[in-house]
Write a protein that binds this ligand. Sequence first.
Ligand code: SF4
Length: 363
Amino acid sequence: MHVNTRYLYLGGSYDLQQLFQEEDLTREVQERQSDIPARLSGMRQILASPMPPAIEPDHHCRSPYECPFWEHCTKGKPDRWVYYLPGGRYAFQRMTALGIQTIDEIPSAYPLKLLQQRVKDNVEWVGPGLQAALATVAYPVHHLDFETLGSAIPLYPNTRPYQSVPFQWSNHIETADGQLRHEAYLCSDSRDPREELAVALLESVGKQGSICTYTGYEHGVLTGLAHALPHLRSDLDHVCDRLWDLHTIVKAHYYHPAFEGSYSIKRVLPAVVPHLAYDDLEIQEGVLASLRFHRIAFGNTDSAERARIRKALLRYCERDTFGMVELRRALAIKTCANTSGRSEPISRALSRNLSPPKWGTEG
Ligand code: SF4
């Protein structure tokens, strides 16, 4: 039996016949039954042995879930272990079959994809098109981030299991003269937040300027809102038309060795804007934000705890959008230092006495 993700919850009591779906796996189970004695015997041998089995850590250690022994099993691996070359299991297996242990041992003639080559080169790279790409932004620039809740048991009418429902947004708005202001929305209770959230968002983003996001996640959330709120669809579609994805620009025009092949914001931000970490925050990642929101909206919390969690949620989401502001600023400085179009080290680029754009302060 598993959750039926096509089930549409209409409010009131749950239709359990629809929410859960039965699937007959008798044939698959019968096909595997003959393997069971041999597998049990293998497991008993492992349990009886004083030594752990000689199994090399690999991508299997993260599927379907990350194994808690990963740190232990990989502690003898070299720095720049070839496992961290982008390209997944296939690239790793090809390299290890060739006897290559570290990324630096990959022969220079070996054909690598662009991102793999950046990881192998292990130097900062500022693409000649970065300045032009950053200049495509239109002012006032909004920096938008949503937090969402996706529950296996739908919490709001007209939602399905695991559907992402936004409960919070943050928007840092940078005007053409360099001033920065912050606006935010956070649902305060267990009501369906979507309409109130969308109306507040439309007011905040207005009709002008780019809306900077990091990845296409916000586009998906806005599309979901437009679908759920037909009377706001046209306005929300216009918001989608103004989205400006900083992730795409960074991927196409910039690389830093500390990315280690990943362009996730949690990897990019500390590398490019080292002073802007998350470690001073009570909430440091999106899953925890969802859990904390669920607690204040649906759990038994007193007013003091609710106030503390609300403050932590607001600070977390605000940090995400301020991070985008600072990331754009840091990249703009790099292009000022790189107007020749050549790649150059960050230390030389930043040591030039160029004025960065004028910025306001957080919040
Ligand atoms: S990390 Fe876990 S799954 Fe991977 S080799 Fe070690 S014990 Fe096995």
